[in-house]
Design a protein around this ligand. Structure first.
Ligand SMILES: [Fe+2]
Length: 283
């Protein structure tokens, strides 16, 4: 089916706002619109729920902390077991939250996982869940999937500083973006290597180069035109098959189009889940 026909087959909610490739919606039922090949992200606002307010308070005051968990190639039952253990009454993370809040969080995470499975046909997932204080480690990027895996992913930021993104129309070119991202990764590595060698002067120089890249991303026509995901949004977005972005020289730009976003570098602590498929054929 052609992209336009596939797009028109979704009955999007009336108050949507549509960019060419990024959809803003007030209805989570619009999330499957991400299946159209030319759509990079669907930002659908979920209805407010009291348990998320309670979770937000606990994350903000530091009483609910989840280390960065990354489960790779796991099935739905394995994620369910993991979450039951993580959010059970005898785990460290339970002390700040009442049982019904933990159960609501677990059920929502599982609902998102199931939805990712419906959207991609996948049986195995890459599942990341954590709380974090915004920092400068991450800047604009596209996330990647294993070669041949579905590229649709789901992200939910339950609370805290909201994810930022840019419109594709603002890009000078996809090649420019991937070159900038590659250069940035090299500078992050340079800072890290200098620190390992206890070379303070080189670390400062590399950090300064990194700051310049972050301050003026030169792949954007208008570097100040950065958008913020709406509060309480569930994000369906496109990652990029890793085989198309090995490095800036070998990038296959047409295939390497995904949702360009970044975590905020400052603001309130966040609670985030990211789920993508690792393979449709593994069981
Ligand atoms: Fe990301």
């Amino acid at each position: 089916m052609k992209a336009a026909a596939l797009r028109s087959s979704w009955s999007l909610s009336a108050d949507k706002a549509i960019d060419d490739r990024i959809i803003l919606s007030s209805d989570v039922a619009d999330l499957p619109a991400i299946e159209a090949p030319d759509i990079l992200a669907v930002l659908a606002i979920a209805r407010p729920e009291p348990w998320i307010e309670t979770l937000t308070k606990a994350v903000c005051d530091g009483s609910f902390v989840v280390p960065r968990f990354i489960l790779d190639g796991v099935t739905f039952p394995e994620i369910k077991r993991f979450l039951s253990q993580l959010l059970s009454s005898d785990s460290r993370s339970d002390t700040a939250l009442a049982k019904e809040i933990r159960n609501a969080l677990r059920d929502d995470l599982l609902h998102l996982t199931a939805h990712c499975g419906e959207l991609t046909g996948a049986k195995r997932f890459h599942f990341r869940f954590f709380t974090d204080i915004p920092n400068t480690r991450c800047s604009f990027h596209v996330d990647v999937t294993p070669p041949g895996a579905p590229t649709t992913a789901l992200i939910r930021v339950y609370c805290g500083a909201r994810t930022q993104y840019v419109h594709p129309d603002n890009l000078t070119s996809w090649e420019d973006f991937h070159a900038w991202e590659y250069l940035r990764k090299r500078q992050v590595l340079a800072v890290w290597n200098a620190r390992e060698r206890h070379d303070a002067a080189e670390e400062m120089r590399a950090a300064a180069r990194l700051s310049r890249l972050d301050a003026r991303p030169d792949f954007l026509h208008h570097p100040d035109e950065v958008h913020t995901v709406p509060q309480n949004a569930i994000i369906a977005c496109k990652f990029v098959d890793t085989q198309f972005v090995r490095d800036c020289v070998h990038v296959r730009a047409r295939a390497a189009r995904g949702w360009i976003h970044r975590s905020p570098m400052s603001g309130a602590p966040r609670c985030v889940v990211t789920i993508n498929a690792t393979n449709t054929n593994s069981h």
